[in-house]
Design a protein around this ligand. Structure first.
Ligand code: ADP
Ligand code: MG
Length: 616
């Protein structure tokens, strides 16, 4: 029947596929049975795509075939066969799909696999490489396939997992795909019906198509997102998550949503246990499928949720979506944007509630997924208000590992305080030992610590929260309450004014203004930024422009009570030349304390001069 003939071709795998196969074929696995989950998931995907074509009333090959997956074992020949009546592949598609890796995320994953076990082969399906898992158990894999498109001829793809594969045309195939595995000697167990049934029950009970193992139907088809919450057990949710996300663990968070108004929506959304994007696995792809009355409309939809929500996995089902909506039309459909808005709002509400009711859970979420919330807060103005509520910071008032929200700050701020202060720095120690915190410590004002530049960017752009200004603590025009300063008596006003003038002359263009500080306690001097420019923005610009001499416009404030400043004032009377050297060093020290990078050469020379003097 399957009569192999014309157009025989041997082709080399793309280099990346060769590398991947090399790892898959030669490693020892504990969980290699996952290959079956991957092949069944491909079969189910192909069936979903076929169903979509049928619903859209496209003409398909062999339209009377039932949509199901058959798995057949043959112990004596040591083979395992997985057959689906799905969408199939044309010859060109087989070559493309089973011979190349196109997606950058998959390539990044491969890179990690090659760099000694940093990545787990178990994740292969999550990175769009699931098919190749079959070479964990088989030393030869044949894929017989025929596309749903009428007239498309059938073909067979065969490989032994080494450098190449062959493709031949085959006559007499039905629509769909049949994967035949010639099992390795040490994988003979997978030719046993009982073993295969156990694995399918474990991994694939939520596949929304019948699965027959040696003729016996073993799964109950269910779309659990359409059920009532109280009809679904935790185990079922977890199993479904594993199915939909190609995952092997439990989800971190789960949201099962049933709405009638303003739109009818059933959704089941999960936050995974881990965020691979933060380990440099490349940009995550969206992971939510869109259904209409249980029919898959769009897989991994880029349209149904905003881009910053790409970490979510799950399904959204809405009966309001016209089945005929094409994937292209999803993008600019008004209905889809309405759905997006409603669902996004509900997810944000859910996260907010989790933060209140399960702070520990929320902390886990924040530790791993905060980058997405920040991305949203910086770019999604429709939901910015709710996103900002989800932000967390370290704070001068909290323990090092405690997280503080803007609302926490608000709830305990001083009575007449109209400003929320924040300061950016690489870590807590650097921030607390820097000169900017002195004034706030003294006045008992809380300061939020923002460790990433994007935090500063968000808060700076936001400008205010619940009517309170948001201000970076390194700004020059801070309006701090006046404080009776203690300690040393300062220089007289006259002395200070004349010293400031002299320092300005000495530093020239490097500073826009020199003035007496009202905020310093322990440091001799501090540099401040014009309003709207924070230290982190300045540092970013330095890196971007690779310009270490450009530290941006700065105001220098000097502490008139500080020994060094008082001595400087005396020195400039006696030895102006050396006083100038000291002044430049005081300014550079203040820049360093602000976290700015300086060209070290001049500074080193200068420090030698100063040491020379001190050692005499
Ligand atoms: P993924 O499923 O994540 O795309 P895989 O490595 O599992 O990655 O499969 C690669 C591609 O091969 C699929 O995207 C699909 O286009 C094609 N494919 C695999 N199995 C089948 C099948 N049974 N029917 C149709 N196409 C398939
Ligand atoms: Mg797959």
């Amino acid at each position: 029947m399957e009569n192999t003939n014309t157009r025989h071709e041997t082709k080399e795998f793309q280099a990346e596929v060769k590398q991947l196969l090399d790892i898959v074929v030669n490693s020892i696995y504990t969980d290699r049975e996952i290959f079956l989950r991957e092949l069944v998931s491909n079969a189910a995907d192909a069936l979903e795509k076929l169903r979509y074509q049928q619903v859209a009333e496209k003409e398909v090959q062999d339209s009377e075939l039932p949509l199901e997956i058959s798995i057949d074992t043959n112990e004596s020949e040591s083979t395992l066969t997985i057959t689906d009546s799905g969408i199939g592949m044309t010859r060109e598609e087989v070559v493309e799909n089973l011979g190349t890796i196109a997606h950058s995320g998959s390539k990044a994953f491969l890179q990690h696999l090659m760099e000694e076990n940093k990545a787990d082969v178990n994740l292969i399906g999550q990175f769009g490489l699931g098919f190749y898992a079959s070479f964990m158990v088989a030393d030869k894999v044949s894929v017989y396939t025929r596309s749903y498109q009428p007239e498309a001829p059938g073909c067979v793809w065969t490989s032994e997992g080494a450098g190449s594969f062959t493709v031949d045309e085959v006559e007499g195939l039905q629509r769909g795909t049949k994967v035949v595995l010639q099992l390795k000697d040490d994988a003979a167990e997978f030719a046993k019906g009982d073993a295969v049934k156990r694995i399918i029950k474990q991994y694939s009970s939520f596949v929304p198509f019948s699965i027959l193992v040696d003729g016996e139907k073993i799964n109950t088809v269910q779309a659990i997102w359409t059920k009532n919450k109280n009809e679904v057990s935790e185990e079922e949710y977890t199993e479904f998550y594993k199915y939909i996300a190609n995952a092997h663990d439990e989800p971190l968070l789960k949201l099962h949503l049933t709405l009638d108004a303003p739109l009818s929506i059933q959704a089941l959304l999960f936050v995974p246990q881990e965020n691979f994007e933060r380990f440099g696995f490349g940009r995550m792809e969206p992971g939510v499928n869109v259904y209409c009355r249980k029919v898959l409309i769009q897989e991994k939809s880029p349209d149904i949720l905003p881009e910053w929500m790409r970490f979510l996995r799950g399904v959204v089902d809405s009966e309001e979506l016209p089945l005929s909506i094409s994937r292209e039309n999803m993008q600019d459909s008004a209905l889809v944007s309405k759905l997006r808005k409603v669902i996004t709002g509900r997810v944000l509400k859910f996260l907010n509630e989790t933060a209140k009711k399960e702070p520990e859970k929320y902390k886990q979420f924040w530790d791993k997924f905060s980058m997405f919330i920040k991305e949203g807060a910086a770019s999604d103005f429709t939901h910015q208000k709710d996103l900002v509520k989800l932000l967390r910071f370290e704070s001068s008032r909290a323990e090092p590992d405690e997280l503080v929200s803007l609302q926490d700050y608000l709830d305990r701020m001083q009575e007449n305080q109209d400003t929320i202060y924040f300061i950016n720095g690489p870590n807590r120690e650097a921030i607390e030992s820097g000169p900017y915190m002195e004034a706030f410590k003294n006045r008992d004002l809380e300061v939020l610590y923002t460790k990433e530049a994007v935090d500063d960017y968000i808060l700076n752009n936001l400008g205010e929260y619940e009517g309170k200004k948001l201000v970076s603590a390194d700004q020059q025009d801070l309006d701090l309450p006046v404080e009776e300063s203690e300690g040393e008596t300062p220089l007289s006003e006259e002395e200070v004014n004349s010293l400031c003038e002299w320092v300005k002359e000495t530093l020239g263009e490097k500073v826009t203004e020199v003035r007496q500080s009202k905020r310093l306690v322990d440091s001799p001097a501090v540099v401040l930024n014009p309003s709207g420019v924070t230290g982190s923005i300045q540092r970013m610009m330095q890196v971007m422009h690779k310009d270490e001499n450009n530290t941006g416009p700065k105001t220098l404030e000097i502490n008139a009570r500080h020994e060094i400043i008082k001595n400087l004032n005396e020195l400039r009377q006696k030895d102006e030349q050396f006083a100038k050297i000291a002044t430049e060093q005081i300014f550079d020290n203040a820049l360093v304390a602000a976290g700015l990078i300086l060209e070290p050469r001049y500074m080193v020379d200068r420090i030698y001069k100063i040491m020379d003097r001190a050692l005499q």
